[in-house]
Design a binder for this molecule. Sequence first.
Ligand SMILES: *[C@@H]1O[C@H](CO)[C@@H](O)[C@H](O)[C@H]1NC(C)=O
Ligand SMILES: *[C@@H]1O[C@H](CO)[C@@H](O)[C@H](O)[C@H]1NC(C)=O
Ligand SMILES: *[C@@H]1O[C@H](CO)[C@@H](O)[C@H](O)[C@H]1NC(C)=O
Length: 491
Amino acid sequence: MYLDYKKLGNMYLRHCIYFLLLLFGCAAEECANEEECPKDYQDVYDKSISNIPSTLKAGATEVFFVGSLISTIPVGAFTNSPQLEKVEFLNTPTISIERGAFEGLDKVHSIEISNTPLTSLPVGVFQNLPMLESLILKLNKIQRLEKGLFDGLRKLRELHLHTNEIVSIDEGTFDELDNLQLLHLAKNNITSISTEMFSKLKKLATLRLYENDITAVPAGIFNDLTNLKEIALQGNKISVLPPNLFFANKKLQKIILEQNLLTGLPPEIFVGLPLIKQLSLQKNQITSLPPVLFGEMPTLSEVKLNQNNLTALPPGVFSPIIKLKKLDLSQNQFTSLFSRYFEGLESLLELNLQKNLIETLEPTTFENVTSLTTLKLTDNKLRTLPEGVFDTLPKLKKIYLNNNPWHCDCKLKSFVNWMKANTKKIMSSTPETCDLPEGLKGQHLLSLTEDQLICPTNPPGGKSFCNLFVRLRLKLCECDATCCACTLDSI
Ligand SMILES: *[C@@H]1O[C@H](CO)[C@@H](O)[C@H](O)[C@H]1NC(C)=O
Ligand SMILES: *[C@@H]1O[C@H](CO)[C@@H](O)[C@H](O)[C@H]1NC(C)=O
Ligand SMILES: *[C@@H]1O[C@H](CO)[C@@H](O)[C@H](O)[C@H]1NC(C)=O
């Protein structure tokens, strides 16, 4: 929509130049870009205008006031122009629109008033606009929507109210908008929404409520909106979602919930949504997922759960998402990873586990993600890796393992050898380096020789631990002639 803006500005500029050329008698060049020139049916005014002219350019069906110094749109402003189909005020200092400002515009199908200091709209201002299909009121300072304001707009398909300061919306405000398909209320100051607020919008396909201050989503709020395709709720303060929230919304394609305060999700909340293409849950505080969360979603290829507080996953939780290609679990609090987390993810190509607290992997952790091409394990707490952990990944092309506190001893040999044999796959932005032992601190793993990877022998008082780091939590130890290798007790 900003584009429209620029286009119009541009259009106006060229219009202007064109006129100057005419004035000075130069050859009237056509606009450089034919498409951006005002057409015969368009009438464009700039900042040299401070009142709406009582008669417009003959034959104009579209009028644009771009930066015009119009502070009030008075009653009857367009009574001499009943042919108008489109009226736009862009970037004007308009603070008042009188009731009746648009009277007589029986044919108008599109009105836009954007980027003005307007704080309120009188009830009745949009009455008798039987053909209005698009009403754009974005980037103003509107604070309140009163019941009746949009009454009678039975043909309205799009209502854009984003980037205002809307604090309150009267119950019933949208009740007569039978044909509304898009309602854009993002970037306002809305703190609460009621169960009935949108319930009459049977044709609504897109509901954008992002970047408000909404703290709760009432149960049943979307039950009558059976045509919804997109619900955008990101950037609010929602901490809980009611069970069965999307129960009636079988046509949903996009659910955007990122950047809220969710700590969990109700069981099966995403079951029964076969058309989902986008689902974003990142930047919440989700600590755990219910055992069943998703239903079959044959068109979903990416799940974003990064920047949450997950420490574990239910077995096979993602398995209904059979075409899942990208799974982002970065910036959570996983300390270990098990193969059952990734059961059924045969199509997965990219797995991001960066910035967790992962200390251990099982030899089989990645056995069910055999298509994986990209694996990100940067910024974890890995000190060593089980032998052959990447052997189940024949298609691996990119792996990121830097910023882990590698413990360079005999137990790391097989991993270092794997790295040396697969240097082209290692894509880390900085080299993998040893954290321990002290003598090797900072040394690149790829530069280590076999004889540097040793475990201490003949330690005082008996055998030492090959991997000291797990000493406090170790459960299972296997000792050979030189040292004891211990692993965490698997859960
Ligand atoms: C809306 O929120 C913005 C940003 O928090 C604030 O500056 C503005 O005063 C608020 N407006 C109203 C009407 O509350
Ligand atoms: C999630 O983690 C953040 C940062 O570690 C912490 O501030 C927040 O309290 C945690 N939230 C929950 C619900 O555990
Ligand atoms: C996971 O991988 C193992 C070993 O390849 C296999 O036996 C098992 O059937 C797989 N499970 C799932 C759910 O894909």
